[in-house]
Design a protein around this ligand. Structure first.
Ligand SMILES: [Zn+2]
Length: 331
């Protein structure tokens, strides 16, 4: 990660009226010279106003590119009015198998700061950053998080879904705050205040999630999801998640894997299987049908919902998921 951005320098250069050429001719005393002077002065005024105010309003906002929707929300929460955030993988998108377009490369090239998850989540992102030629600092939001290791076929691979533990998301927020301060030191106080207020909301969310899971009978705290995205959640809040797909969605489970899951659901009396917003529903429907488990409400694992669909922010996403667990597992 580079600590210094070119952003503040660029902004100063745009604002400096000394740099604007003055098209005045000071040598002519004539009336027409006065008119020429007046017009030239007017033009200068327009140029100075034009160059010093209009572009600086646009330049006030830091352009942030986040690799996926959940990170984009966190950057928005900390950046507030000082930041325009673009997500490369948007709502309901699957970042595991994403293929960036030339437009994504342009967004990265134009960015003042790039925020990625890390832990191998976005396998495509290093090449995208490199090919874009961007000079923007890259913040790895998961830096400092203790990674869980994948199991079975994922042995030796880090589980990238660290945001499913709120304690980890607090680490993300601190990294994003520090990255924004490096890129735009003038707005340090606001980034610090926004981060502090948001961290307090995450504390509150953590209390609510723990209470909600505690009210589910322990024998019911096990569920099936399409891919293994809830390892950190399970570890943090005491639930067991079983998934036919591993910590990525890039390989389809075999018929043998699916049959094994169905046997497991029956043997362990797993009450419910859940659909994910980023995955195909058919596999889970087959598992529910053949095992007799019920289908719970939709979970948001690796992406937020579109605006207005109930999980458009990280906090709403966690509320949605916990409500889905409670509803399916309490009775
Ligand atoms: Zn995932």
């Amino acid at each position: 990660m580079r600590a210094v951005s070119t952003f503040p320098e660029a902004r100063r250069a745009i604002r400096d009226p000394e740099q604007t050429p003055l098209p005045l001719d000071p040598g002519s005393p004539s009336a027409s010279g006065d008119v020429a002077k007046f017009i030239a002065g007017l033009l200068t005024a327009i140029l100075v106003v034009g160059f010093s105010i209009a572009p600086s309003i646009a330049a006030e906002k830091l352009k942030a590119v986040a690799s996926f929707s959940i990170l984009a929300d966190l950057v928005k929460q900390v950046g507030g009015d000082h930041v325009d955030v673009t997500a490369i993988v948007g709502p309901d998108g699957d970042a595991h198998v994403f293929q960036p377009s030339p437009l994504d490369a342009k967004a990265v090239a134009d960015a003042n700061i790039v925020v990625i998850n890390g832990l191998g989540f976005e396998g495509w992102v290093a090449r995208l950053i490199q090919s874009s030629g961007t000079k923007a600092p890259v913040v790895v939001a998961s830096k400092g998080v203790k990674p869980l290791q994948g199991e079975g076929e994922d042995n030796g691979k880090a589980d990238p879904h660290a945001w499913q533990s709120i304690a980890n998301t607090k680490v993300y927020v601190a990294n994003i705050r520090d990255g924004l301060i490096s890129a735009d030191p003038a707005d340090k106080a606001d980034f610090e205040a926004n981060a502090k207020a948001y961290l307090a909301k995450l504390d509150q969310l953590e209390t609510e999630v723990k209470a909600a899971i505690a009210s589910i009978p322990p024998k019911n705290r096990k569920i099936i999801t399409t891919h293994d995205a809830f390892g950190y959640f399970g570890r943090a809040y005491g639930m067991t998640f079983i998934a036919p797909q591993g910590v990525s969605t890039d390989t389809e489970p075999s018929a043998k894997d699916v049959a094994k899951i169905i046997r497991q659901v029956k043997a362990q009396h797993v009450p419910a299987v859940f659909l994910e917003n980023i995955s195909d529903d058919r596999l889970m429907q087959q598992i529910a049908r053949e095992s007799g488990a019920k289908i719970g409400d939709k979970l948001y694992s690796d992406a937020l919902s579109k605006p207005g669909e109930g999980a458009a922010t990280y906090i709403d996403m966690m509320h949605n998921n916990v409500a889905a667990f409670s509803k399916a597992l309490k009775e």
